[in-house]
Each structure stands twice: as structure tokens, then as C-alpha cells.
Design a protein around this ligand. Structure first.
Ligand code: ADP
Ligand code: ZN
Ligand code: ZN
Length: 800
């Protein structure tokens, strides 16, 4: 017996392997197996089991990874579609669709035994520097580790570990024990009363805790209890061991306090009714729900999912970033309880595995996830919702470069399910698809409860300069508005699309700019750690005291970043409580939630941040949104610059006035007449859409042409140039129906020490484009380009 396996290699073909006796009846289509490939061992997905011996014999499968398929027939078909449409090797597509090995299999954790620790300590005294056994003992001495981690550090780890285990120096443990509540930290635990003990003998701390819990029904966070009850944590664990209390690991999701059930507004109701009858019909329907910010789209999603569950089907909600929308995930928890599985990257592996299994087994029937959630193993799918469908993060920026929204549409179509794309600022393509009848357009033109749209004012910073003769970060009106909010106890959000303190460092004497040695970009000054940072490769260096070029000491910091904004605010409003949210302040994903929750609970007056603060938040007490500069994105050499700016400004403005108090928005800009700025200020999507569509039509950009970006990368500039030129020659003259721009240096000509050249292909005929791209792909594979040297990006969201 044989099986065809798709492996994660650039070659677009399946490989046939022999099934060893022991695996013969266990391997099924959709299972993962470990297979030898050249000198390597690779994990691949079984596409077919059969009896046809290949010519020239076949090697044997080494191991079966999943006893049951991880990809069902529907998902395998979806994978094939992605591979074809995005010109990506099937093996790589399937790999990114399957959960991590550890998420399905229980992976193992190694730690030192006592004698292991002793011999580790002794060995450290010896100088057998590169003995793999010693290295592993050292690693384990600092902390217990998974096999995969150890193998990354020491390639021969698997063999060495087996040896150490035999000698009794290391212990193996199933990762599942990580889920054991008895071992989790107090902050992550909830405790709840179960019963009194039969005999009344309990130590004091345990007795007190039990009484407290009995008097206060419900689950309590253990860490908080420790504040009032001494030794609560130890006591709770002891009680849990005796089965007197229930200990549970807490979900990292912020759960909203119970919301009263609502009557739908007239617009919500008619939207819902239309969607519901489509769901009941059990056939594919695609909706674009275009609702202004605060129009109550979430409630429609919730009801539609209810309708879907009532039919015994399952539903999937995709969001751009779960950590950024904790309140949303919380509402889902509330509504659907343990029917929900949240595919959250802040969960550790075992928790993710658990969520995945619950979906797979049908125990959970609502999945909430980000881009890759589109591959959630849901059975009997009835509905997919893509919230904030315009968001760029739905597009994966590495192979396979699929668009989660577009894949979701295909999945819904194949499953005969309904799909709702929701946004206040739909992507131009989506709105155009609605116009052409591909999607059914549903509009929600008003905010809930007749709340007014925010009142937006544009501030021309050039005029401000003429009047004040000062190059200030904040205009006088913005300062006044912030001051007024502080006085009234209302909150302010300030958006600046650039992190760091200043945007770059330059020499006033010779004009030299300090650039990254690895990337063709300037370094950004980060004041807190007094360093210059590269935002592409994380290269960091000290701030030079003299110009590296001419040695003058006229070093100057230019531009404004979020860090500087925060500092200036502190100076102007010493009494204000200010939080900043950008990639510098937010290291762990859970940190987002902490800052946001703090802001929601009004522990801060002002939230300063990059575009991540513009996304979907619903914080009623925010009555002022200030855009420090609307210009950052407009200058980008990218045909989506205007669309992106319009979306960002409209979304940011939409954060204001969502509660009972009306809100205002101030936009500072040197481009007050730019249509993206003007129409965002007027909150006029329709006008923007018409104008932008006109531009796209004239320039033959999407949706009037299919676009693909072909990027060539190499550490050797000569080689990169030569390859780019060769592809250029192959496309010259351009195949009919295709327009080829380039090859040219990419807008960022070098990233992480790799030189970058690109060709932009515009096609009126998508099939033709697809053929040409596959041809380039095949040709590069034949010429043995190394993996990653050629990047094909179909429907790119950014040309940078
Ligand atoms: P959107 O996602 O469209 O910007 P949300 O779904 O966040 O808007 O809803 C805006 C606000 O209106 C939220 O605070 C939500 O709780 C509230 N809301 C939604 N629907 C109703 C309703 N039918 N009645 C009262 N409040 C509602
Ligand atoms: Zn200089
Ligand atoms: Zn760099």
C-alpha cells in the first residue's frame, strides 16, 4: 500500500511513499505523516492512499502523526483552491492550514531529575564545551523544555534525550499536565464553592476560604482573593485536591458584564431578517453589511449566529486581532458560553489544542479567530462573519499569501453557507463586488439610538504655523479640547501612526541620515531606551554623538512619534493619566487587553497610540479623538495610500461619541484638501468610493485589473538584479492582456540584508495572470532558486 503526500517544499507535486505494515490501516487522507525527503524528515499531509507502486520504488513513511485526519475533504479542497489561486505550493498551504503538531498530539516536556541536576552541576565544572548531552542538561537546568525547543538548539537532541532518559537523568512529562489547574498561577485561576467536607476538620485558612466562597456564590479570581484572605492560594489548591472547591484556569478574554437583551433598531431588524432567511434557506449567500461606526453591527452578527445554531449548524467569526477586541470576544462568551471556541494566540499550546479539539468534535459550534481561523475544523458550517472586512491584517504576509476574507467567501460558497462581510469602511473591491451583484449590500446608515455621528474638524497645520510661528505637535484647538475633556472627566484618544520618539536622525551640517545597516530605511529614535531602532529588522544602535559622516556634532531629531507625543502631553497636562499603546509598550498580547481594559475603566484620561487604537473599540466615555497627523500614510508610494488613509481616519473618528455624550474629532494635516481627508472628515464613504473608483479605473488598478507583485530577494545584489532582469526578459514582450511594470528596485530596496527588486503585473484576465505566474514559479524551481528568493503576491494589499 502506498500514499501520496504533500510536503512543504517549493515543488508543486505530491510524493509517493510506501506504508509500513504497522500503519497500513491507520493512515487516512488528511492525516499528517513524517516522511523522509532527501536527507531530511518532513511532515506532510496525506492526499490519497492507493495500491499503485510508483516507478523506481518508494521510501517508507516514518511515522503517523494524527490518528484521525486533521483536514477534512472540504478543507483539503479549500487548500487546493488557495494553492492554485495564490500560486503557492500545496504542501506549504496545507502546512499553514494545520494546527501545530503540539496542538493535536500531546507533546512532551523534558525536565531534570534530581540526579540529572547533580550530574549537570558536576559537568559544568568540566570543559567538554560542545558535548550535546552537556548542552541539553544545561538548557534543562534553566527550565523544563519541549523536545522541539531542544532540537532547535541541539540538532541531535532526540537521540541524546533518549539516552539521558535511560540513565535516569531526565524526566518526560505529558504537556497536558500544563492544563492542570493545580499548577497554574493564582492570577489565572478562578475558584468556586462546591461542598462542605463531611468531617469538619480543616485548617484555619481553608475553613475561612470555604466559608467565604459559600457566602459568595460564583467563581472568584484567586489572585484578587489573596488580597482579602490570607494564604487563599495555597488553601484553594488544598481544597481543590479534596474536591471541595472547583479550580479553573481563567480565559484570557475580558468578559463584559451581562448586557441586557436588546430590541433591534429598525435598520438592524431588516438587516437581520434578510440574513436570517438566507441562513434558513441553507444555500450560499454573501452579504456586505456596510454600517457606519456605532451602527450596531455586532448585534446583527450575534443574532445571525443564534439563528444558525438553532438550525443545528456551526458558525465562524473572523476578527482582525482578538487581543485588540477583547470586548467583542467577551460578548461572544457571554452569549454562547461553552459553545464558543476562541482561537487566541495568547492561549498556550495545550489550550489551543483543546479549543481545536472541541471544534473538531462538535462540542463547540462557534469559532472566533483571526485570519487563520478561516481553517477552523467546523462541521456543518452555516455562517461565516468577517468583521472589519477591509482590515489589512486579513492578508497573510508570508507564503501562502492568502487573503482571509476572500478565502472565507470561497469556503462559504463550497459549504453552501452564508457569509457576512461587515465594515464601516468596506474595501473598495468589496463595495464594487456589491455593486456588481456578487454581494448583497445591506446598509446601516445611522448610529444606534439616534446618536449623532461625531463632529469632525480639519485643522490645517500650515495655517497654524503661520499664525503661531511655532512648529508644535499640538494645535491650539487640540490642546483646548484635551483640556476641556480633562476638566469634564471625559476621555481622549490620540492617534499617531508612528511609534518611537522622532522619525529619524539627521546631520544639520551635511544632511546625512542615520540608516539601518541591514535595510534601506532610516532608524527611528526611541527615547526610553535611548536607542535608534530599525522597524524592519529590529537592529538597534546607540545614538551617535557626532555625525558618522562628517563628524560634526549638529545631530538633529526630526519628526514626531507616539513616544514624543506622550511626553509632550505629560508636560502640558501634568495631572492627566496617560496610557500609550503601540508595539513598544505592548510586548505580550495580553498586554493590549490590560491597557484597553484600564482605559475602558477610566484609569486613564488619554490613550495615545498607533493605528491599533483605531480598531473597533467601543468605549462610551471617549468624546474626543485627535489625529495628530493625517499625513503619514498619504505620502506612501502605494496605490492604496488614499484608501488606507480614508479608512484609518474614518475608523478613528468613529471611536468618538459612542455613548450618551456626543463626540468631536480633530484632524491635523498639511493636506486639508486631499479627498481622503475631506471625505473622512465628512464621514462620506459614498463620495470617497466614487472618487477613488475613478482613479482606479483610469490607472487600471484593482478592482479594474488583477494585480500580482513578483519580488526577487537576494543577499547578493548582483544576483538579485540578474534574476530580476531574467524574469523581466521572459515577460518581454508582455503576454497579451498583461501589463508589466519593472523590474525595478522595491520601494524599500533592502530588508534584513537582502536586496529587493520587483515586477508588478496588471492583468485584465485573471486566468492569464495565473498562468504566467505559475510559469515563473516553475521556471525558478527548475533553476533551483533557493526557497524564499522568489515571492509571488497575488492581490497584494501593499506594494511596499
Ligand atoms: P459597530 O460595530 O457597528 O461600530 P457596535 O456593534 O459596537 O457598533 O455597537 C455600537 C453600540 O451600540 C454598542 O455599545 C452596542 O452595545 C450598542 N447597541 C447595539 N445594538 C443595540 C440595540 N439594538 N439597542 C441598544 N444598544 C445597542
Ligand atoms: Zn554630517
Ligand atoms: Zn533594519
Amino acid at each position: 500500500m502506498y500514499c501520496d503526500v504533500s510536503l512543504p517544499v517549493p515543488l508543486n507535486q505530491a510524493f509517493t511513499y510506501l506504508l509500513p505494515e504497522t500503519l497500513r490501516h491507520r493512515v487516512q487522507t488528511g492525516c499528517r505523516v513524517l516522511a523522509p525527503f532527501g536527507a531530511r524528515k518532513l511532515t506532510g499531509v496525506v492526499l490519497r492512499v492507493h495500491h499503485t507502486a510508483p516507478q523506481g520504488g518508494a521510501r517508507e513513511i516514518l511515522k503517523l502523526i494524527d490518528e484521525e485526519p486533521v483536514l477534512d475533504a472540504g478543507l483539503l479542497k479549500l487548500g487546493a483552491w488557495i494553492a492554485d489561486y495564490y500560486c503557492a505550493p500545496l504542501g506549504e498551504v496545507l502546512r499553514s492550514m494545520t494546527p501545530l503538531a503540539g496542538e493535536v498530539r500531546h507533546s512532551k516536556v523534558y525536565s531534570l531529575t534530581d540526579s540529572g541536576r547533580d550530574s549537570a552541576r558536576q559537568l559544568f565544572l568540566s570543559d567538554a564545551e560542545d558535548d550535546p548531552a552537556l548542552l541539553i542538561l544545561k538548557l534543562l537546568d534553566s527550565r523544563p523544555s519541549s523536545a522541539s525547543y531542544l532540537i532547535r538548539k541541539v540538532p541531535t537532541a532526540a537521540r541524546v534525550l533518549k539516552n539521558l532518559e535511560k540513565k535516569g537523568l531526565v524526566n518526560v512529562e505529558d504537556l497536558d499536565s500544563e492544563r492542570d489547574p493545580l499548577r497554574a498561577s493564582a492570577a489565572r485561576l478562578r475558584v468556586e464553592f462546591l461542598k462542605r467536607p463531611d468531617d469538619a476538620k480543616l485548617p484555619k485558612a481553608e475553613r475561612e476560604l470555604l466559608s467565604f466562597l459559600e457566602l459568595h456564590p460564583g467563581a472568584h479570581n484567586l489572585k484578587q482573593l489573596e488580597g482579602t484572605l490570607k494564604a487563599a492560594s495555597t488553601a484553594a489548591r488544598a481544597l481543590a485536591r479534596r474536591g471541595l472547591v472547583r479550580l479553573e484556569t481563567e480565559s484570557p478574554i475580558y468578559v463584559e458584564p451581562e448586557t441586557p437583551s436588546r430590541t433591534l433598531s429598525a435598520h438592524q431588524l431588516s438587516a437581520y431578517q434578510e440574513i436570517e432567511s438566507a441562513i434558513v434557506s441553507g444555500t450560499f449567500h454573501a452579504f456586505l453589511v456596510h454600517g457606519v461606526t456605532g451602527s450596531g453591527k455586532t448585534e446583527i452578527y450575534l443574532r445571525a449566529i443564534d439563528a444558525c445554531l438553532a438550525l443545528g449548524k456551526s458558525a465562524l467569526l473572523l476578527v482582525p486581532e482578538i487581543a485588540l477586541t477583547p470586548a467583542m470576544a467577551g460578548q461572544f462568551f457571554h452569549r454562547f458560553g461553552d459553545k464558543v471556541a476562541i482561537l487566541h494566540s495568547a492561549f498556550h499550546d495545550a489550550e489551543r489544542a483543546e479549543q481545536w479539539r472541541r471544534l473538531r468534535e462538535g462540542k463547540a459550534r462557534v469559532a472566533v479567530g483571526t485570519r487563520s481561523g478561516v481553517f477552523a475544523p467546523l462541521q456543518n458550517l452555516g455562517l461565516i462573519v468577517v468583521d472589519e472586512e477591509h482590515d489589512q491584517s486579513y492578508k497573510q504576509q508570508e507564503t501562502p499569501r492568502y487573503h482571509g476574507r476572500d478565502v472565507a467567501v470561497v469556503r462559504a460558497r463550497d459549504a453552501g453557507a452564508c457569509i457576512i462581510l461587515g465594515s464601516a469602511t468596506p474595501a473598495l473591491e468589496s463595495r464594487y463586488n456589491a455593486e456588481r451583484g456578487k454581494f448583497r449590500l445591506i446598509e446601516l446608515p445611522e448610529r444606534i439610538a439616534q446618536r449623532p455621528m461625531p463632529d469632525v474638524t480639519i485643522i490645517d497645520t500650515r495655517q497654524e504655523f503661520l499664525e503661531t510661528r511655532k512648529n508644535a505637535t499640538f494645535s491650539r484647538s487640540l490642546v483646548d479640547a484635551i483640556g476641556a475633556r480633562l476638566k469634564n472627566g471625559e476621555q481622549t484618544m490620540l492617534l499617531l501612526n508612528r511609534r518611537g520618539f522622532s522619525s529619524f536622525v539627521t546631520c544639520r551640517a551635511c544632511g546625512h541620515r542615520v540608516e539601518c545597516p541591514n535595510c534601506a530605511v532610516t532608524l527611528t529614535f526611541h527615547r526610553r531606551d535611548r536607542r535608534l531602532l530599525c522597524h524592519y529588522c529590529d537592529h538597534a544602535e546607540k545614538v551617535p554623538s557626532v555625525c558618522p559622516n562628517c563628524h560634526s556634532d549638529h545631530i538633529q531629531f526630526v519628526g514626531t512619534g507616539s513616544e514624543k507625543v506622550e511626553e509632550e502631553l505629560h508636560q502640558m497636562f501634568p495631572e492627566a493619566r496617560i496610557a500609550r499603546m503601540d508595539r513598544d509598550t505592548v510586548s505580550g498580547k495580553r498586554h493590549f487587553e490590560t491597557i484597553l481594559q484600564g482605559f475602558r475603566e477610566h484609569n486613564y484620561d488619554i490613550l495615545v497610540g498607533t493605528q491599533m487604537i483605531a480598531k473597533g473599540h467601543d468605549i462610551p466615555n471617549v468624546t474626543l479623538v485627535g489625529i495628530v497627523s493625517a499625513d503619514v500614510g498619504l505620502g506612501m508610494p502605494d496605490f492604496r495610500a488614499a484608501e488606507r488613509t480614508f479608512q484609518l481616519l474614518t475608523q478613528a473618528a468613529g471611536r468618538a461619541g459612542r455613548g450618551d455624550l456626543p463626540g468631536i474629532v480633530l484632524i491635523q494635516t498639511i493636506n486639508p484638501e486631499h479627498y481622503a481627508v475631506r471625505f473622512a472628515a465628512a464621514q462620506d464613504y459614498q463620495k470617497f468610493y466614487e472618487k477613488e473608483l475613478q482613479f482606479r479605473r483610469v490607472m487600471r488598478y484593482p478592482p479594474f485589473a488583477a494585480l500580482a507583485n513578483v519580488l526577487i530577494r537576494n543577499e547578493n545584489q548582483e544576483q538579485a538584479l540578474q534574476w530580476a532582469a531574467e524574469i523581466g526578459r521572459r515577460l518581454n514582450p508582455a503576454p497579451e492582456g498583461l501589463k508589466v511594470l519593472g523590474p525595478a528596485e522595491a520601494p524599500v530596496a533592502k530588508i534584513k540584508s537582502e536586496f529587493r527588486y520587483q515586477l508588478l503585473l496588471k492583468a485584465t484576465d485573471r486566468k492569464k495572470l495565473n498562468m504566467v505566474l505559475k510559469d515563473i514559479h516553475r521556471w525558478a524551481a527548475e533553476n533551483k532558486w533557493r526557497q524564499g528568493a522568489l515571492v509571488i503576491d497575488v492581490d497584494p494589499v501593499s506594494l511596499l
